[in-house]
Design a protein around this ligand. Structure first.
Ligand code: 13P
Length: 250
C-alpha cells in the first residue's frame, strides 16, 4: 500500500435489499476507531438502496457511490435510466464508471467518456474501471489495452481532480484468480505514469479490484503503489469486509 489514505470501495452490484442495510452499523463502528483513521469507506449499493444508505451514513465516515449513470444528463425520455444529476441531487458523492460488467452490456470507451464528462460536471467523484481480458493477457496486450481505455475514457478531461482509477483485470473478477503482485505493480505503475503525464499531476488514487478476499489480502496489501481496493463479492458480507479492512491496516 502507499502511505496515503487507504480506500475500501464496496461494489454491491445487483445484490442487496433493505435488510442488508441493518448490519452496516458494524462498519460504521469500526470506521470510528482510531486504528482505521487512514481508511476511507465507500459503499456503492444498487440504485434502489442509495437513498437509504445516504440517510444511514449521515455524520459517519462512510461515503456513498452509485454504480452507473446514463450518458445523457439531466432528465428526459430514457426509460429505465438514471442521470448523473439525479444521482448527485440525492447527495451521492462517488460513481463507478466503466466497470467490465457494464462494458459487456454495451458500454464502449466513447460512452464511458460521455458518462465521465457528465459526472465530473456534476461534481461526482468518478471511479473509472480499466483492465484487460484473459485473451489480452495471453497476448501480452495489457498495457495496450490500459492505454486505449485511459486515452479514450479520459478524452477532453481537463484535470484529474475527482478521478480515481480502479485496475480490475476482467479475468480476475468473481473468479478467485488474481494477478501476481508484480503484474499488479507493473500495471498500476503504468496507470500512475500515464495520469502523471496527461495531467501533470502525480497524486492519483489507483485501486486494485478482482477477487479480493480475506485470504489473499495479506499478499495484496504488500503491493506498494496501490491506494486501496474495489471489492465485489466479499463486500456484501460485513464480517468478510471488516476482516479485509483489519488485515490490511493492522
Ligand atoms: P469480485 O471482488 O467479486 O471479484 O468483484 C470485483 C469487482 O468487480 C468490483 O468492482
Amino acid at each position: 500500500m502507499t502511505n496515503n489514505n487507504i480506500y475500501f470501495v464496496a461494489n454491491w452490484k445487483m445484490y442487496g435489499n433493505l435488510t442488508s442495510l441493518n448490519a452496516l452499523n458494524k462498519v460504521i463502528n469500526i470506521s470510528r476507531s482510531k486504528f482505521f483513521k487512514k481508511a476511507k469507506f465507500i459503499y456503492c449499493p444498487p440504485f434502489t438502496l442509495l437513498d437509504q444508505f445516504l440517510k444511514k451514513t449521515i455524520n459517519t465516515k462512510i461515503e456513498v457511490g452509485a454504480q452507473d449513470c446514463h450518458f445523457v444528463n439531466g432528465s428526459g425520455p430514457y426509460t429505465g435510466m438514471i442521470s448523473a444529476n439525479q444521482i448527485k441531487k440525492l447527495g451521492t458523492k462517488y460513481i463507478i464508471l466503466g466497470h467490465s460488467e457494464k462494458r459487456s452490456d454495451g458500454d464502449t470507451n466513447q460512452i464511458i467518456n460521455k458518462k465521465i464528462l457528465i459526472s465530473i460536471k456534476e461534481k461526482l467523484k468518478v471511479i473509472l474501471c480499466v483492465g484487460e481480458t484473459l485473451k489480452d493477457k495471453k497476448n501480452k496486450k495489457e498495457i495496450n489495452v490500459l492505454k486505449t481505455q485511459l486515452n479514450s475514457c479520459l478524452k477532453n478531461l481537463k484535470q484529474k481532480k475527482n478521478i480515481i482509477i480502479a485496475y480490475e483485470p476482467v479475468w480476475s473478477i468473481g473468479t478467485g484468480r488474481v494477478p501476481t503482485n508484480a503484474d499488479i505493480y507493473k500495471n498500476v505503475k503504468f496507470i500512475k505514469n500515464f495520469i502523471k503525464k496527461k495531467f501533470k499531476n502525480k497524486n492519483i488514487v489507483v485501486l486494485y479490484g478482482g477477487s479480493v478476499n480475506q485470504k489473499n489480502i495479506g499478499i495484496l496489501k504488500k503491493i506498494n503503489n496501490i491506494d486501496g481496493f474495489l471489492i465485489g463479492g466479499a463486500s456484501q458480507n460485513y464480517d468478510k469486509f471488516i476482516d479485509i479492512v483489519k488485515k490490511t491496516i493492522i
